[in-house]
Ligand binder design. Structure first.
Ligand code: BT5
Length: 254
């Protein structure tokens, strides 16, 4: 049905017309022993979620609502790098299949023209400094028309249909997305984040621009300079002093 051309990613596929959240089913399957590369997809999510219990709008048939179970041979502190690697894969898929230039808004948003088209939610289960599994959740808006974007997201969200003025067959996009994720993941696991860092930086939203950073109980203006081999964001303040950020709140509209 899916015509996958991957070697391991998505070879086990759970497809459901409706779920509360693909993340929740993926966690359950992972705890029951589901293998590396298992993919869960739903047509519609009733309780799609983002980070910090935020909601993810997941209307029926309108987007790609997908969770991937991975069992990477990595230390738990490296799990956030999988979000960055997945973002690179989404950007490549958008470029090759949809012919649009997406941008990565650190750490987990994909933007087209200043609006969010996709989000990534990475969740990890670790025990005694070993990753048991990681779930990469990806929500990508595909066929919503402008009117179908919920009222409260009108200003901030977009879809491939809105950006390209055509509808897209989700199966084809999923096929290519899984292929890209598989290839970026392999590159990353073999050679580290450093080997895909350039691709990440080339796609980064507001690279070289001024932003406002909130971290370590301070708030300051800074320029986005790049990303480190370990996935930390590099910013430079008005005195040209550099700081690296592993987590921070950023005001992008500074
Ligand atoms: C994210 O969270 O961006 C991660 C979203 C991950 C969704 C996928 S879908 C498959 C899997 N199953 C799930 O249940 N989740 C994952 P965050 O950075 O916290 O952004 C959430 C914010 O994005 C919300 O507070 C809204 O402002 C906005 N938002 C909600 N739905 C959206 C949509 N469909 N498109 C664009 N923005 C949206």
């Amino acid at each position: 049905q899916w015509g996958l051309n991957t070697s391991w990613l998505g070879q086990r596929m759970y497809y459901e017309p409706q779920l509360d959240s693909t993340q929740s089913l993926a966690h359950k399957l992972a705890l029951e022993g589901a293998e590396h590369g298992t993919v869960v997809i739903a047509d519609e999510q009733l309780k799609g979620r983002g980070r910090l219990h935020r909601k993810w709008d997941s209307q029926k048939g309108k987007g790609i609502w997908m969770s991937i179970i991975l069992r990477p041979p990595l230390e738990p502190q490296r799990a956030p790098q999988l979000t960055l690697a997945s973002a690179v894969a989404i950007i490549d898929m958008l470029a090759s299949q949809v012919n649009v230039k997406g941008q990565i808004k650190w750490p987990n948003d994909i933007f087209i023209q200043n609006k969010k088209v996709a989000g990534i939610l990475t969740e990890m289960q670790a025990e005694q400094d070993l990753i048991q599994y990681v779930i990469i959740g990806i929500g990508l808006n595909v066929n919503q028309t402008a009117e179908e974007i919920p009222e409260d997201l009108q200003e901030i969200a977009t879809s491939l249909q809105i950006e390209t003025e055509q509808t897209w067959v989700r199966e084809g996009l999923i096929q290519n997305l899984l292929k890209e994720i598989e290839s970026v993941y392999e590159e990353y696991v073999q050679n580290g984040f450093g080997s895909i860092k350039k691709r990440w930086e080339l796609a980064a939203y507001k690279m070289g621009d001024w932003i406002k950073v909130k971290a370590m109980r301070k708030e300051w203006d800074a320029k986005l300079i790049g990303i480190q081999n370990d996935g930390a964001l590099i910013v430079e303040d008005t005195d040209k002093a550099r700081k690296v950020l592993y987590s921070a709140e950023i005001d992008w509209n500074k």
